[in-house]
Design a protein around this ligand. Structure first.
Ligand code: FAD
Ligand code: SF4
Ligand code: SF4
Length: 1006
């Protein structure tokens, strides 16, 4: 049998495709979510690469069978498809003008684990960390571990033949793949793996399409075997090109391995059986410092001789960038002297063997001129790895370098020639003016990572980029290396494959494609017959965003440009991880790309980019963007946790201000957005207001009309505002440490005045004389979060007029409510970056803990209790948690700190339609932590929202502000009453939510 090469069509004949019919049939046949709307298409238009292709539609199958049905429907109508896991690909292989099959939301089960055989069968959408969690009880793990382990899926890893640092010890994904269940576009569904001669003959005897595929692959292997043997580089990180070597007799005619790394261009993966490896318990970490990154690379063969588990290289520019960006601040000084480093991990079966290995490696490294440091402290080791894992975040959006992009980000050469390659590659970078880029990577395997400052927005810059890629490909080929050492070819490197593999091997790949996917409908234009690297660019010379002139925030981090701000997301998908930090609660609750920071960024980019094929056509009025932002809690988690500081809460506020300009807003914007005004009015008759707002069905009706979630109990206004009480009481104490102004934010002042009273007691004990503003003021938070920025600006200006005299005298402002304090620290300076009084306000605002830990000679009273601590997400993002932790430590409080958002987040959890997501967010970390806590553990939450969420969902615990706990301990010290119920000014009535778990069948799975 001969396989005809397909016509090298890359532009598809999609004009005849009936999209409505396609959507109709998919909806009818597929158990899952079928979305052909503009918002979904915009959300999936790109991955982490330089490319952008708007898909035809998106299918999110609920089961593997449903995914297979989706492929069948697409095949019936001739629609191209592209599978997608975490979408963290860097070469454009996870975006296409095709139907996107997103496996990551539902098809993520571990089907079975066989601890004896050390294998597991998994569905394609399972995230690597989740698989490892599932097999950890057996002391096992999946070997390869890309840096994206918290969100990359096994389907994507097999698609890309991913590696990561641990591939040094365990090989690439292909080396850990036992069998795979795959589906061809034309409907052949089969388990594939190594094929013995007997099995092969049996398959041929059965006949049909499967036999045709097997026979065709066999013939291709025979015809091109010698070309593959001579042209495929024999290096640890050959990831470029199809794995034709696995089709050779010496490769076991292994179809699973041959299809691995084919980037969705040949088959759809339905399930995989993967090999597992034992977790090495005895491990040690050393860092070797060298005078340059090249000299570090020269030492790789010596280090590899010690059979390390991991060998990672980092250069001094990476450290410089991390210092500039204040990333990993505590860890950078842990590195030994040098300007280029190798981070090495060795492992052994027991401690004695480990010591021998460490000593022998250290001795050889010292002889090679390295400064050697071993790290025995587990925390130090973790910190050091985070320096390396922050590579991409640190090298994107660097202040003293042009914007840097992927493109040549993972080339690999024989490890023994890495130093030489780095020198020649450095010259090439210099020749093109790209020399400032940082170099790091999986040096033990000769794999180099780099983000290069390509100019991708001018014709000349794009020409340089193309020319550079060609030169770099020739350089790598000269070294016997691979264009890609782990990320795959996609569209970025597909067209360059002849340089590395030669025309014959590329022809063999084309024949494989023609055999398995004759219609070129599987991820077309990637790897084989690939688009050129300057096609489908996300930016490109046509990128023409129109910068709005009337914006409110000044985006100082982005040179004042809104367009740069919405371009900031580099797509690495950290916002899709389920653990650590706060980002992104709405994704964690929904599992939806559209409700991740990245999804929202993509839509904002689509709105602004000026690309003629953008599905978002109505600019600020876009309902798709509004809907994607609707579930953004404005928690600011991304502002800190995103490696490139995407600040979606700010973008949301800016968007809303334009979206609703001159129009009637949702009712919630008038009720909750204007809360400070209503609170002021309520203060004239709080009991009457409380009675009216807790009047059963009438109240629920009122809540509905006001856009407020009817199942949420409305908080009670206090009988007396803090400011009124304080004016009557006046300052007390010695005041020997001077005067501070306590900021009476709306929430504390009107709803929880007991918190401010407690803070006064503590501040006075610490020797401060407390003052309060002379008038009712506000920071503007509620207007900011609802995007009523004109009002917020007016409110802030008025506040500033009142505070200016105090600030100009150098006086401090002490904030108790983290979200309001964060306005002074972050939002206000971003609204008024050139205002000196705002700058004073930013610099002179302190949290209570910040002030107290810096108060020399004052120690907090002893509390000596355990506590579950829910930091407010704005505290996490803007203010930092260290001073609170320190203060608690001094007070003898043993904290269990909840990472993640409480889910209420100001007005978010109170807005109609947000209840399920809000509670799902609380279920993620907060509520399990509360259930696990001992009965007498304190619950500490400085945020009014967080306390409200605990009160309404936990059903029993009484959350407190740290000020309350300290004040109570002071009173106890003095022998005064400490019963919480006796605390002055605390409203006691708290109604609990009837349902505090997502309901069966809820659209928001946890
Ligand atoms: C910051 C950063 C660091 C990275 N570090 C590493 C690293 O250390 N090592 C490494 O190897 N990679 C790394 N990568 C690249 C990428 O994260 C990995 O290759 C990852 O394994 C891809 O997984 P994913 O789920 O995101 O796949 P996706 O990007 O969604 O898909 C990858 C490919 O697999 C195909 N695919 C997905 N599911 C299926 C399926 N069911 N059937 C058929 N084809 C399918 C897709 O079509 C696509 O071609 C990094 C990327 C970034 C942004
Ligand atoms: S928002 Fe941040 S974390 Fe999420 S993909 Fe973009 S850059 Fe990565
Ligand atoms: S502000 Fe919070 S909810 Fe919104 S995108 Fe950022 S992390 Fe997600």
């Amino acid at each position: 049998m001969t396989v005809d090469l397909p016509a090298p069509t890359r532009r598809d004949d999609l004009a005849d495709l009936d999209l409505r019919e396609l959507e109709r049939r998919l909806t009818e046949r597929v158990d899952g979510e079928v979305r052909f709307d503009a918002g979904s298409r915009g959300t999936y238009a790109t991955d982490a690469s330089n490319f952008r292709q708007v898909p035809l539609g998106v299918v999110i199958p609920r089961t593997v069978e449903a995914g297979a049905a989706a492929v069948e429907v697409c095949a019936q109508l001739g629609a191209p498809i592209v599978s997608r896991g975490g979408g963290t690909s860097l070469a454009g292989e996870a975006c296409n003008v095709a139907v996107v099959l997103d496996w990551s939301k539902y098809c993520k089960n571990v089907v079975s684990v066989d601890p004896d055989a050390r294998t597991a069968v998994v569905e394609p959408g399972i995230v690597l960390d989740e698989l490892n969690k599932a097999v950890a009880p057996h002391g096992l793990q999946f070997g390869p571990r890309p840096s994206t382990h918290s969100r990359c899926t096994l389907g994507g890893m097999i698609g890309n033949n991913s590696c990561g640092s641990t591939a040094q010890a365990y090989g690439k994904t292909v080396d850990n793949l036992v069998r795979a269940e795959v589906l061809t576009y034309d409907g052949v569904r089969m388990w594939v793996g190594p094929t013995s001669d007997e099995e092969y003959q049996q398959i041929l005897a059965e006949g049909g399409r499967r036999a045709e595929i097997y026979r065709g692959l066999h013939e291709i292997a025979e015809e091109y075997g010698d070309d593959v043997r001579s042209s495929y580089p024999d290096i640890p990180r050959r990831v470029s090109g199809y794995n034709l070597d696995s089709l050779l007799p010496e490769g076991g005619f292994d179809l699973a391995k041959a299809l691995s790394g084919s980037e969705g261009t040949l088959v759809t993966l339905l399930r995989a059986e993967v090999a597992l490896v034992p977790v090495v318990e005895h491990r040690a970490m050393l860092v070797l410092g060298f005078p340059s990154i090249e000299e570090a690379a020269d030492a790789v063969p010596m280090v590899n001789g010690h059979e390390p588990l991991v060998v990672e290289g980092i250069d001094e520019r990476l450290i410089h960038f991390e210092r500039e960006k204040r990333l990993n601040q505590g860890s950078l000084d842990l590195l030994p002297e040098g300007l280029g480093w190798l981070m090495v991990e060795v492992g052994a079966d027991d401690e004695d063997e480990l010591r021998r290995k460490v000593e022998s490696l250290a001795a050889d490294a010292e002889q090679a001129g390295a400064h050697v440091q071993e790290y025995e402290d587990a925390e130090d080791r973790e910190d050091l790895w985070s320096i390396r894992e922050s590579g991409l975040g640190a090298t994107a959006w660097v202040a003293d370098m042009a914007d840097a992009w992927p493109g040549w980000e993972d080339s690999a050469v024989p490890p023994e020639r890495l130093g030489e390659y780095l020198r020649r590659f450095g010259d090439l970078l210099d020749e093109y003016g790209y020399g400032k880029a940082s170099r790091y990577g999986h040096f033990g395997h000769g794999c180099l990572h780099i983000r290069i400052p390509f100019d991708l927005t001018t014709a000349e810059g794009v020409q340089d980029y193309v020319s550079f890629l060609d030169r770099a490909a020739h350089l790598v080929a000269e070294f016997g290396g691979s264009l890609s050492g782990e990320h795959g070819d996609g569209q970025q490197r597909g067209a360059l494959l002849p340089v590395m593999l030669g025309d014959r091997c590329v022809e063999a790949m084309e024949k494989v494609k023609a055999l398995v996917d004759p219609g070129n409908r599987m991820n077309p234009g990637k790897v084989v017959h690939a688009y050129a690297p300057d096609e489908n660019l996300r930016l490109g010379p046509d990128y023409a965003p129109s910068e709005p002139r009337d914006k409110h925030f000044r985006f100082p981090q982005d040179d004042g440009s809104w367009d740069r701000a919405v371009l900031r997301c580099v797509g690495v998908g950290q916002c899709r991880s389920h653990e650590g930090g706060v980002m992104c609660p709405s994704y964690r609750a929904t599992g939806e790309e559209q409700h991740s920071t990245r999804g929202r960024s993509r839509l904002l980019f689509e709105m602004m980019s000026g690309h003629p094929d953008s599905p978002i056509t109505d600019g600020w009025r876009s309902t798709e963007v509004r809907d994607a932002l609707d579930l953004c809690l404005a928690c600011k988690g991304c502002k800190t946790d995103c490696p490139v500081d995407v600040d979606m809460a700010t973008y949301k506020a800016e968007f809303l201000s334009h979206h609703y300009e001159g129009r009637v807003r949702p009712a919630a914007h008038y009720t909750m957005g204007w809360l400070p005004l209503w609170a002021r009015l309520a203060s004239f008759a709080p009991r009457l207001v409380n009675a009216l707002s807790h009047a059963g069905p009438l109240t629920r009706l009122g809540q509905r009309l006001g856009g407020v979630e009817p199942d949420r109990p409305v908080p009670y206004f206090a009988d007396h505002r803090f400011t009124d009480s304080y004016r009557r009481r006046g300052p007390r104490g010695s005041g020997e440490r001077g005067e501070v102004m306590l900021w009476p934010d709306t929430f504390t002042n009107n709803l929880h005045p007991h918190v401010a009273k407690a803070a006064v007691e503590v501040l006075e004990d610490a020797g401060y004389r407390v003052t309060i503003p002379d008038s009712t003021l506000c920071c503007g938070l509620t207007w900011i979060s609802t995007g009523q920025l004109d009002v917020a600006e007016r409110v802030l200006r008025r506040t500033l007029r009142h505070l200016a005299p105090h600030l100009r005298r150098g006086g401090l402002v002490v904030g108790l409510e983290p979200s309001c304090t964060a306005v002074f620290r972050a939002d206000a300076p971003e609204l008024f970056p050139h205002d000196h009084d705002i700058a004073r306000l930013r610099d002179q605002t302190r949290t209570l803990a910040e002030l107290l830990v810096d108060t020399d000679g004052w120690e907090p009273p002893k509390v000596d209790r355990d506590a579950v601590v829910q930091p407010h997400c704005h505290q996490h993002a803007v203010l930092g948690e260290d001073p609170d932790t320190e203060l608690m430590k001094r007070a003898g409080i043993e904290p269990t700190t909840v990472s993640g958002c409480c889910g209420l987040a100001g007005n978010f959890g109170y807005e109609s339609g947000h209840l399920d997501v809000s509670v799902a967010c609380a279920e993620h970390e907060l509520l399990p932590a509360l259930r696990e806590a001992g009965d007498d553990a304190l619950v500490l939450a400085d945020g009014f929202s967080c306390r409200t969420q605990v009160e309404q969902t936990d059903g029993g615990r009484q959350p407190e502000h740290l000020a309350e706990v300290l004040a109570a301990a002071l009173r106890a010290q003095r022998g005064q009453p400490t019963d919480p119920r006796s605390r002055p000014g605390r409203p006691q009535q708290v109604r609990h939510l009837d349902r505090h778990r997502p309901q069966e069948g809820s659209p928001w799975p946890v």
